[in-house]
Write a protein that binds this ligand. Structure first.
Ligand SMILES: [Fe+2]
Ligand SMILES: [Fe+2]
Length: 305
């Protein structure tokens, strides 16, 4: 069996092609054309007050969490920059990807500040906390990185898109749609690399998939009150286990035709079985969560009645 790095080296030509395709396909956009600057007012003369917000508290939380996740870009860049040889096309991709990702936090923060849909002090204090905490990951294997980024970009696309859709505000919708479109282009790149690797060594890639997707975690877990906030986002349908199963894991398994791969090693065949069972396991966990939420809501409506 080839090492992960050797396998990565065999698909470098494909990586260069996928990057050229990405440049061709992605439409560049400018956040200054989307942010409603005409709403901007001086925070010193007119301090922030929650009554100025036009979005629901749940949607504001989702945008706040998604923005802080984007704010940790230096650590994501560092991970990509230190995992691949300096002479590989991934060095070029890492820089391009970082430049594109950079606009997401700038655009979301500008929107939230001019529209007064964030508590500006809390947002800045939490940005400091999150960036100081950094982001540590066990991801080191090059194959794991491509599997993780495929799932993470797709998940982020959905979370941004849903946050915009739930905002009930045309500007927020348009902004989050543009960011989600970028995430989709990133997703297409990363899953393309995985597809190329699968052709070379399906056994190695499929074991990486199981390793990476079994305990998949989004990179925002260091955000203060992350669990409470993500429960709110789950309840609202911005991102939850059911969405993760139906819109991320299942489409990836179909895209990579995991059920049809043959001639696998014993370990890889076991990983294949595990992967094919993963969506139903996630749905079972989603049902438990939903039942628990329903019970809590019933109890709180009884107490408030
Ligand atoms: Fe992003
Ligand atoms: Fe992205």
């Amino acid at each position: 069996m080839t090492s992960s790095l050797e396998l990565f080296r065999t698909v470098e030509g494909e990586i260069a092609t996928l990057m050229a395709d990405h440049r061709e396909r992605r439409e560049h956009w400018y956040h200054h054309e989307v942010v409603p600057w005409e709403l901007g007012r001086n925070y010193v003369d007119e301090p922030w007050d929650e009554s100025q917000c036009t979005l629901s508290p749940e949607v504001r939380t989702a945008l706040h969490v998604n923005l802080l996740t984007e704010d940790n870009l230096p650590y994501y860049h560092a991970r990509l920059a230190t995992c691949f040889p300096a002479d590989s096309p991934m060095a070029n991709w890492g820089r391009l990807w970082t430049a594109e990702e950079g606009q997401h936090a700038i655009a979301m923060r500008s929107y939230l500040l001019v529209s007064r849909n964030c508590n500006p002090k809390e947002l800045e204090d939490e940005r400091m906390t999150v960036v100081e905490r950094g982001w540590r990951t066990a991801l080191e294997d090059p194959i794991d990185i491509f599997v993780y980024t495929s799932a993470q970009e797709l998940a982020t696309r959905i979370s941004h898109r849903n946050a915009g859709a739930h905002a009930d505000d045309e500007t927020a919708f348009n902004l989050m749609k543009k960011i989600a479109a970028d995430e989709n282009h990133h997703f297409i790149f990363y899953k393309g690399v995985v597809t190329a690797m699968l052709k070379e060594d399906p056994s190695q890639v499929i074991t990486s998939m199981w390793r990476t997707l079994a305990d998949f975690e989004m990179p925002g877990t260091t955000i203060p009150r992350f669990v409470r906030r993500s429960i709110g986002m789950a309840k609202l349908g911005i991102y939850n286990l059911r969405i993760h199963a139906d819109k991320v894991v299942s489409p990836l398994l179909r895209e990579w035709q995991i059920d049809q791969l043959g001639g696998l090693t014993a370990d890889a065949a076991e990983a294949q079985d595990n992967l094919m069972e993963l969506p139903s396991k996630l749905i079972e966990a989603a049902e438990l969560f939903e039942a628990r939420m329903e019970k809590t809501e019933r109890r709180s409506s009884r107490t408030s009645a």
